[in-house]
Design a protein around this ligand. Structure first.
Ligand SMILES: [Ca+2]
Ligand SMILES: [Ca+2]
Ligand SMILES: [Ca+2]
Ligand SMILES: [Ca+2]
Ligand SMILES: [Zn+2]
Length: 628
């Protein structure tokens, strides 16, 4: 068909007459999302799933997956960010332009989002705070980045969890800033821009296409994204990657990207900002080469006195992390000294970490000065008025010591109350060896302090050394810090094969000192006084010898008090401590074993033999009222 010239002219003229402009100066031709005549022309930022799908744009290497991201604006208005004169250095805010913070770092510069408003033909705008931009150096960038523009993670999909942001993360999460620019547009890159249904968007079906001008660039005062334009950062740019730790298992993961993760930009649709694709890793660890061993990062650190603790981490390669202290993150903060390890569930199977020791500085706290005296029956020798030290001095059987003779095993190191029923995991003595113990050390005792008589009121507990004269030597010299503000306590002393004891009364702390002597008085016998506290052992001094041990009628007995020997099985003691048939069984089973650190060695001479049974025979039926 042929048109006549006048007809064509008419068509052209009418087009010109009816086409209205949609620019930042003239809103007459701009469409509102709700098709009204007055509206905020908001941007809507999305992520291109097509680019994420493209394996050529996300090459994998051992230890790293490089990634590309395109963030089109498919809303009705441009995204425009305007720098302000508000700068942040650390916690300080400055209101004059600076290039550098006093400490040499780059300042954060507050930015505003400019939102255009159509009121009929008229275009105006409002501005609102929209986060920060920061200078990024390097050959790839050297410009201001809008902070936290994108968030990239590799994740293990959890089928029952609809929100991918709750899935476990593999490797290092990446928060990437962009300079916001009109790098390309939806017309030139079909597929980069799609709506939620997957429909390809271009100049024909994006209302207000080009609004903003299509000329935003990386200059800090000209950043933005016009309608229908996209900003693209390709995989070769610095920062466009996810680091995959050693031990990451080959296999299927989800690459999850989120644009505007902190929701600093106001958009038409805030719910279309996440995209994800399947990624099959092939250049990491093969399942059949997986060692199952990982190493804790952060070993060798010492907990300081600032209360901040130290951070430990294992490679982020799993869906589940179980630390020995019950924590469940791949990175944990540790404020207690002790041994730590972690078990990881990975797609290749279970991985177990090495075990590391975290120690703590001795911090200057003001502490209560504690002086305690106590004897152990069986070890106490009346003729010398002191306890034997055989376990330590000639047998070398205390924890950490090696008995003389070839091939004798070292007694496991550390205070002996880590096992049931005490389950006390203190580190006292963990670094002791045969030379650490002074000559007058008898054995370890477990000392605790209670606010009331019952164990649920326990304030503090510590393992300590018992010396032959009955004095207790504390390894932890700050068992009771002054800052606890305690004015009196019940004192409990336990021994691994002697019946535990408690002070008869609430002992007052006076002049920042706590002092109690179990040697010169009987211990707690319960509210009705019916329990066995300690055994009374008479002195055997030479003057009395000829008169016999009973002493003269009516004379005051002279002697010392000691913890009852023979309670080698305390796991069987429920309410309180008692010496019963269970304590005979363990002696019976061990009888004839020599040179060992055993609970059945009731007289602490290093052998399990008939002299030990004498104490059991004598004390069988003795029971305490100290609540366990
Ligand atoms: Ca959006
Ligand atoms: Ca947003
Ligand atoms: Ca017992
Ligand atoms: Ca013995
Ligand atoms: Zn950049």
């Amino acid at each position: 068909m042929k048109f006549s010239l006048p007809f064509l002219l008419l068509v052209l003229l009418s087009n010109i007459a009816f086409s209205q402009d949609c620019t930042l100066e003239d809103a007459s031709g701009c469409a509102c999302e709700d098709e009204s005549d007055e509206c905020y022309l908001l941007p809507n930022i999305v992520l291109s799933n097509d680019i994420m799908q493209d394996t050529a744009l996300r090459p994998e290497f051992p230890g790293v997956l490089r990634i590309s991201a395109s963030t089109p604006n498919i809303g009705h208005g441009p995204l425009r960010v305007i720098p302000t004169n508000t700068f942040i250095c650390g916690t300080d805010t400055l209101y004059t332009p600076i290039d550098e913070c006093p400490d040499g770092s780059f300042p954060k510069q507050l930015i505003k989002q400019r939102i255009y408003i159509k009121t009929g033909d008229e275009m105006t705008y409002e501005e609102r705070d929209a986060g920060f931009m920061t200078y990024h150096g390097g050959l790839d960038h050297s410009h201001m980045h809008v902070d936290d523009w994108n968030y990239y993670t590799m994740r293990i999909e959890i089928p029952n969890e609809p929100n991918p942001l709750n899935w476990p993360i593999i490797g290092e999460q990446t928060k990437m800033g962009f300079c916001l620019a009109d790098i390309d547009n939806c017309e030139e890159r079909p597929g980069d821009c799609r709506n939620e249904d997957g429909t390809i968007l271009n100049a024909d079906n994006i209302p207000n296409f080009g609004l903003g001008g299509g000329n935003y660039d990386c200059e800090s005062d000209n950043q933005g994204m016009s309608v229908g334009y996209t900003d693209i950062y390709f995989y070769n740019l610095d920062g466009m990657l996810i680091t995959l730790p050693n031990g990451t298992c080959n296999g299927k993961y989800k690459l999850v990207m989120e644009v505007d993760p902190l929701n600093q930009i106001l958009e038409e649709n805030e719910n279309d900002n996440i995209q994800m694709v399947d990624v099959e890793l092939t250049k990491q660890t093969n399942p059949d080469e997986f060692s199952g061993t990982v190493f804790i990062a952060g070993a060798g650190q010492v907990i300081g006195c600032d209360g901040e603790g130290v951070d430990l981490s294992v490679p982020r390669i799993g869906s589940k992390y179980e630390w020995s202290n019950g924590e469940t993150g791949y990175m944990i903060n540790v404020t207690e000294p002790g041994f730590y390890n972690c078990v990881i569930q990975t797609p290749c199977g279970e991985a177990i970490s090495n075990t590391i020791l975290v120690t703590a500085e001795v911090c200057e706290t003001e502490c209560i000065d504690i002086k305690l005296g106590v004897y152990l029956e069986g070890a106490y020798e009346p003729e010398d008025d002191e306890m034997r030290t055989n376990l330590n001095t000639d047998r070398k059987l205390l924890p950490g010591q090696r008995p003389p003779g070839e091939g004798e095993p070292v007694t496991p190191t550390g205070q002996p109350y880590t096992i049931a029923p005490w389950n006390y995991d203190g580190l006292e003595g963990f670094d002791f060896d045969e030379d650490t113990y002074a000559e007058d050390v008898v054995d370890w005792v477990l000392v605790s302090f209670r606010d009331s008589t019952t164990s649920d009121t326990e304030i503090a507990k510590t393992a300590a050394l018992l010396l032959k004269d009955g004095e207790v030597e504390f390894i932890n010299t700050c068992a009771l810090p002054l800052e606890l503000g305690i004015d009196s306590v019940y004192i409990v002393i336990e021994h691994r094969n002697h019946m535990g004891i408690m002070s008869r009364e609430h002992v007052r702390i006076e002049g920042e000192a706590l002092s109690y002597d179990f040697r010169i008085q009987n211990s707690y016998q319960g509210p009705s006084g019916s329990g066995s506290g300690q055994v009374f052992i008479e002195y055997e001094n030479e003057d009395d010898d000829e008169n016999g041990e009973e002493g003269g009628g009516g004379e005051e007995q002279a002697g010392i008090w000691a913890m009852f020997a023979g309670d080698g099985d305390q796991a069987a003691d429920n309410q309180s401590y008692e010496i019963s048939g269970f304590d005979k069984i363990i002696w019976f089973n061990d009888n004839g074993k020599f040179n060992l650190y055993l609970p059945s060695d009731y007289n602490l001479d290093g052998d399990v033999s008939s002299p030990d049974k004498i104490f059991w025979d004598r004390n069988n039926g003795v029971s305490s009222r100290v609540p366990k």
